[in-house]
Design a protein around this ligand. Sequence first.
Ligand code: NAP
Length: 545
Amino acid sequence: MSDQQATTSTVDVVIVGAGFSGLYLLHRLRGLGFSTRVFERGDGVGGTWYWNRYPGARCDVESMQYSYSFDEALQQEWHWPEKFSAQPDILAYANHVADRFDLRKDIDFETSVTAAHYDEAARRWTIETDRGDRVRAQHFIMATGCISTAQTPEIEGLSDYEGGTYHTGNWPHEGVDVSGQHIAVIGTGSSGIQAIPVLAEQAAHVTVFQRTPNYSIPSQNEPMRPEYEGEWKADYQDKRAEMRYTAHGSLKDLNDKPAHSVSEEERQTTYEKRWEIGGAGYLGSFNNLLTDQEANDTASEFVRQQIKKIVKDPETAELLAPKTYPIGTKRICIDSGYFETYNRANVDLVDISEKPIERVTPEGLTANGKRYEFDSIVFATGFDAMTGTLFNVDIRGRAGQALKEKWYAGPRTYLGLMSEAFPNLFMITGPGSPSVKSNMLVSIEQHVDFVTDSIVHMRDQGLEVMEPERQAEDDWVDHVQETANRTLFPRANSWYMGANIPGKPRLFMPYIGGVGRYRRICEDVIAESYKGFRFEANASAAAAE
Ligand code: NAP
């Protein structure tokens, strides 16, 4: 970053990202009188729902719960057409919010923030973009989402491939016409599992390359029932208030019995009922599925048996049945006809669990010693989650220290909101907060409110700088790991653990202690005069004393 460059503007707050976090931040901060500028790399709002336009993309949290709660008129007036919303409907909602609250005028689209350096003397951040903007701001907020840096594996020969390549997390806006094509899909996580059934209906042939099979539960999606929508809207405020203190930020029917407290017959009946209801509520069948291996085994086995019932070819069914990790310790997938798709004549499954894809050729790829030819390859290979997007910006705090250097052994935050030595840098749903282990909208609203309230507190109290204390941060990092270690989560090679990215430190990144518990911790922090944070008074006020 060159000091010779002219400072083009000064604002109170710079926000990176115009997804659900950035939009709500802008709305709140601007309403409170802070000059605010948002930079967004896309040419529209919506974040995750702007980029992930692959066929079949759909939210796995119910529509009535996956939406903003901050505006009563908005939540009463908006109508969701389906129980689980498809990507175009969620993107339409984000656009509606941007228009309704007149947010676009303060968003710079198609502009990526490249660097943000903290000037200790001036107590200001200097932010630079790929369009040559240079902005000074007191507060710098990364509202960049948890899974926004798409990851394409480095496979030899990829650059020589002559067909089309597509990543689910960066799908072309004009769509991809695969009709008549022979296509490969690499990856069977949430994105692959949603895309494969739709691609199989469109393409001549789909070959799925599977490294690890996933547990998936049918969504049992349906058009929104008017009476169900009415029930929610009748007391939306109360329901939202209740959601905020639940384990995952959503109202689900959680059974508070352990799996082995009931008979084998009752256990099976419970799983069958949950399967019929559909969705991630399956993991709420019993209260110890994510903490007790034997309990988990019963839930995992039920899903394996369901797969074997659905998939007609026994060999394929066996390959699709996950065995190497407990159900729920990788993000559970929610599907619409995924396993049934393997009964189609135009779908094949290739197991690459023993040996990775050998190379991409100009015509296709080679795996297990066999050559395949494809018109297109779809990468459903996931993201550099939680930290990847933060590291894409050259963020430097006190003494020029890079965030990436400080976090070389894993992310270090206090409450997933701030990191020591990076004053006035806030992260929305950062590592160490419930984030991806929750209904994101609930966690986003909580963090936006926390950050906004903190900035208002500083203004009201004549404070200029906010930063976590080192000890508070160290204790929080330990607490996040101890909490994870009391569960089965560390037993899976998941992206929660950074295991999908070669060389990434292995540790559990989200806070698994529960959305409600986390919220109470944050409330206590504020009630105890921002316990664990230190502040510096305004330079002018301090000088006058
Ligand atoms: P993902 O869960 O990380 O899945 C990536 C898939 O690609 C895995 O099957 C992985 O295998 C495979 N893979 C990665 N690198 C590979 C390689 N070099 N060779 C072969 N296979 C490779 O990514 P995702 O499906 O995009 O989902 C990410 C997250 O986004 C989800 O967990 C969820 O939180 C969110 N999401 C949500 C929804 C929804 O709301 N319904 C939909 C999509 C995504 P391994 O398992 O062996 O690593």
